[in-house]
Design a protein around this ligand. Structure first.
Ligand SMILES: CC(C)(COP(=O)(O)OP(=O)(O)OC[C@H]1O[C@@H](n2cnc3c(N)ncnc32)[C@H](O)[C@@H]1OP(=O)(O)O)[C@@H](O)C(=O)NCCC(=O)NCCS
Length: 151
């Protein structure tokens, strides 16, 4: 049965690492997944697994198989502490069925349990499935990151 549970590093590490190339390729058109990138992500994930108060990682579990996950990190900026929803990922077969919202709710509960009132995230404008999910959940645009091609 599908359910959300906490990340278990020994059991889930490989599945989360395996999703990294897909996650970045979807969101960054010029991104190339290299062994160096994967080594960096593996290191970030190992550190996060050792710091569960600062990193909420939740798994969508389908009878023992990792169907998706969300990774939220507690961060600080000039406006104070907030929860940064850094990664939300569903394997392709699990998309567009409402599970993205399950993962987002798990992330938001974690942020609230840490005593914080703000959830923040970055999303690529053209990733319309993700943008729609966030808008449906009440996320609003607070800043723009702008670029122009100088070709
Ligand atoms: C981003 C991502 C997590 C969104 O997940 P999702 O499954 O599309 O989002 P939801 O779980 O909210 O599903 C909502 C869609 O499923 C549809 N749906 C179908 N059955 C549903 C059900 N039982 N309950 C709710 N929604 C259902 C909804 O109508 C909605 O479609 P719409 O957006 O056209 O209105 C997913 O697309 C993904 O993993 N993408 C790749 C990784 C990625 O880019 N992550 C974001 C990085 S910022």
């Amino acid at each position: 049965m599908l359910h959300i549970r906490a990340y278990r590093p020994q059991q889930d590490f490989r599945a989360l690492l395996d999703a990294q190339c897909d996650l970045y390729e979807i969101n960054f058109p010029r991104f190339v997944c290299t062994p160096v990138f994967l080594a960096d992500q593996a290191q970030r994930l190992r550190v996060a697994g050792r710091r569960p108060m600062e990193n909420g990682i939740f798994i969508l579990d389908d009878d023992g198989v990792v169907a998706g996950f969300v990774w939220v990190a507690i961060r600080m900026d000039l406006q104070g502490a907030y929860g940064s929803i850094d990664q939300v990922y569903l394997k392709p077969a699990y998309r567009r069925q409402g599970y993205g919202a399950w993962l987002m709710q798990a992330a938001e509960e974690f942020i609230k349990k840490q005593g914080l009132k703000t959830a923040r995230l970055y999303v690529t404008r053209d990733n319309s499935d993700a943008v729609r999910l966030y808008q449906r959940m009440g996320y609003e645009v607070m800043r723009y990151e702008m670029e122009r091609s100088l070709d």
